[in-house]
Design a protein. Structure first.
Ligand code: CP3
Length: 347
């Protein structure tokens, strides 16, 4: 049985179900991160991967933004690349440069060698973290789990690091479509098992990060990324928990994103919500889409932009306030606090 605790503040879950609310719930992508001095303190104790793999520390990091900012949802502290490491790729996080795979996937033999891990055995620390977080949250707010969407995970596996042009993964798609399909099938099975484990451990909802899908044109997204995302969403549907799809580069893909089957679409900052919403099915909830850079400016500018985002939503039910991408490490805590106050107490 799934031990999913009941929550006192259920605004986030009600927004996912498109209930009419007095105010929108707010959480922030990358809400536990380097912009918080308290995160830096926890981080000093170990490496980033060490932090992800130590349930006690991952729990402390997850709870920081709930305790310090009073957000309406918690998100598991981890990284999208954790299950990929378990597929057999050696992962390093270098200061300032981000993730790096030492043995990226380039050939059919590389693809064949990849394991489909047993999530409970090979990434059991994530399930342990989910259980410990729920114990410490004690039902204050819901807990989001997450995974990278298959395409974004494949970009890291093939490129070996964060990329600008995505030449290597696109070359694989176009010159070895069979190999690409074999890779995506393994990644998709890995993602499904990884999310199933999180559901069993007690998450209340999950978000799929397809951060780099915006590097594809709509036709290629339809053919090479969307089917795998749909497969994940379809497999998880039996659990009945809300699902969110995030893409960075929403504008060209929104109509197809709508077909992925998630309950919520998370919109980046480039497309104003009054332009996005008419392209979204009425039964779907919407999340986003403040430009994270606004948090580096002034209270006045922030208030103006929060007002603009909320005006774009109008009185459509089913809206979750968030940024259009992760909060930047340079963000002052005071500005994050102001944002939460503006959304929760009004402007
Ligand atoms: O939202 C949250 O607070 C939960 C934790 C979370 C992290 N990464 C923590 C993290 C989540 C949901 C992610 C997802 C993730 N990881 C994505 C998709 C979302 C997005 O931002 O587009 C991607 C592409 C990654 C891969 C990744 N991890 C990169 C590119 C980097 C380096 C960039 C950077 O900001 O340093 C990371 C590292 C990372 N993931 C940090 C954190 C808090 C910083 C690590 C540190 O403490 O040094």
């Amino acid at each position: 049985m799934v031990a999913r605790p009941a929550v006192k503040n259920d605004l986030f879950l009600r927004a996912c179900r498109r209930e009419r609310l007095d105010r929108p719930p707010i959480w922030i992508m990358r809400q536990a991160g380097r912009y918080m001095p308290e995160y830096q303190e926890i981080r000093k104790k170990t490496s980033f991967l060490g932090l992800c793999k130590t349930p006690e520390l991952a729990t402390q990091a997850t709870l920081l933004p709930i305790d310090l900012l009073g957000l309406d949802a918690a998100i598991l502290f981890s990284d999208i690349l954790i299950p990929v490491e378990a597929m057999g790729l050696s992962l390093e996080f270098t200061e300032h440069k981000g993730p790096k795979f030492l043995n990226p996937v380039r050939t059919d033999a590389d693809i064949e060698r990849l394991a489909v891990p047993d999530a409970r055995k090979d990434t059991g620390f994530v399930g342990d973290a989910v259980r410990l977080i729920n114990t410490r949250l004690d039902g204050r707010v819901p807990l989001l789990g997450f995974s990278g969407a298959p395409f974004t995970l494949a970009t890291y596996m093939v490129e070996g690091e964060t990329s600008k042009e995505f030449t290597k993964v696109k070359r694989l798609i176009f010159s070895n479509p069979r190999g690409y399909r074999a890779l995506m099938e393994k990644v998709t099975r890995t993602v499904i098992d990884y999310l199933e484990m999180q559901v069993e451990a007690g998450i209340h909802a999950y978000q799929l990060f397809d951060t780099w899908a915006g590097s594809l044109c709509a036709e290629h997204y339809r053919e090479y990324a969307l089917p795998y995302t749909r497969e994940v969403v379809r497999a998880l549907a039996r659990h009945g928990i809300p699902s969110i799809l995030y893409i960075n580069g929403t504008a060209a893909l929104l109509d197809l994103m709508d077909q992925a089957g998630t309950d919520v679409l998370s919109i980046d900052w480039r497309l104003p919500l009054d332009k996005a919403i008419p392209r979204i099915s009425p039964e779907k909830a919407v999340q986003g889409n403040l430009d994270p850079v606004v948090l580096l400016t002034t209270e006045e500018a922030l208030a103006g932009e929060v007002r603009r985002v909320l005006a774009g939503v109008g009185d459509r039910p089913g809206y979750i306030f968030n940024l259009g991408h992760g909060i930047l490490p340079e963000t002052p805590m005071a500005m994050a606090r102001s944002l939460v106050r503006m959304v929760q107490n009004g402007l």
